[in-house]
Write a protein that binds this ligand. Structure first.
Ligand code: NAP
Length: 322
């Protein structure tokens, strides 16, 4: 929009420009829906933080930023309009439309919304974590595990994600240290037992990561602190996977939508949420795994379902005015 504070009507607003949002945009324009995609930064989402992707079919090895660019151009080829705008609130109105408000106070009135705003892995917030992100520090075992073949790495966390992913990572690495801040794990017993029985995993109890260490080649160690004795030590490791929770970006919704205990939005098989006209895809959705492939698949379903919803709305309105 040219000026701030303006209001515009569209059929569909897509919130978020990661793989799910860009796929939704591509299919929406291909289906000729009047669509706008709102993204606060550069399109690409978490792809922009991923150095190498080797699990997207057909592209054996691709830089995350390159894939983001390709996905953006592909959606734009079908005419997708991408606006740089941080969405602040999504509200369902009494007439069934949605009011989507951006930080600049621009308002989009949409008949349907696809929310693909993703989520954010919780960070340790220690020195070196940002600096070595993508050069040792990772938040995704399936994405990055294969880059640590034969190496010694660490995993931070003690919940289901940390234990499940630690066990998964031992298919690649020689040695894995699970660093947990307490003396017992939070994870389900079955996942705990897998970790206890895995000969490659050693648990470092009552310990937190104080700093990620490294040089120009990347991460090469961690500074640890025992929380009981305050004693500090150095652990040699070339990788650190952080699994200390994940926050889905659902705070934009002003209305209550059904979600699970972790705050992820629950959908039916057509990506419909408990709010009619609101569809979700990608990391913000309650699901088994969070992959690029699942995000693009779910986004495709969301658009087809949204198109069906919009057609039914038009038919109902035509019948009412006939
Ligand atoms: P989670 O259950 O909240 O566990 C987070 C872990 O990180 C906890 O062990 C916590 O320690 C630790 N932690 C939190 N902040 C920390 C910090 N600043 N420094 C060090 N450690 C910190 O999160 P999650 O494991 O990501 O799981 C999220 C949800 O997804 C859960 O509901 C989980 O059940 C579900 N999930 C399920 C499966 C499965 O069923 N297979 C797999 C993955 C995830 P404390 O224990 O001391 O609090």
């Amino acid at each position: 929009m040219a000026e701030t504070g303006s209001e515009r009507k569209v059929e569909l607003v897509i919130v978020g420009g990661g793989p799910a949002g860009l796929t939704a945009g591509l299919y929406a324009k291909r289906t000729e829906l009047d669509t706008v995609l709102l993204e606060r930064g550069l399109p690409g989402g978490q792809l922009l933080n991923t150095e190498l992707i080797d699990d997207y079919p057909g592209l054996p090895e691709i830089d995350g930023r390159e894939l983001a660019e390709l996905m953006t151009k592909h959606a734009q080829k079908f005419g997708l309009e991408i606006q740089t705008a941080a969405v602040q609130a999504i509200k369902k109105l009494e007439n069934g439309d949605f009011r989507v408000t951006t930080e600049g106070d621009d308002v989009y009135i949409a008949r349907a919304v696809i929310l693909t705003a993703g989520g954010t892995p919780n960070k340790l917030e220690v020195p070196g974590e940002v600096e070595y992100s993508g050069r040792g520090v990772s938040y995704c075992a399936i994405c990055d595990g294969a880059f640590f073949k034969g190496e010694t790495i660490a995993v931070a966390g003690g919940g289901d994600a940390a234990t499940e992913e630690a066990d998964f990572l031992t298919r690649y690495v020689d040695k894995l240290y699970l660093i947990h801040r307490r003396d017992e794990l939070r994870a389900q017993k079955i996942l705990q037992n897998r970790v206890f029985e895995n000969p490659k995993i050693e648990i470092i109890w009552d310990t937190v990561v104080e700093e990620v260490l490294g040089d120009e080649k990347g991460m090469n160690g961690l500074r640890l602190r025992n929380v009981r004795t305050d004693e500090e030590s150095r652990l040699d490791a070339t990788g650190l996977f952080v699994f200390i929770g994940f926050l889905p970006n659902t705070g934009l919704l002003e209305d209550h939508a059904e979600h699970d205990a972790g705050g992820y939005l629950i959908t039916d098989r057509d990506m419909r949420t408990s709010i009619p006209g609101l569809f979700v895809a990608g990391d913000v959705r309650a699901q088994l795994t969070r992959q690029i492939t699942t995000a693009v698949g779910d986004a495709t379903t969301a658009v087809i379902a949204a198109e069906k919803y919009l057609t039914e709305l038009k038919e109902a309105e035509a019948t009412a005015t006939a």
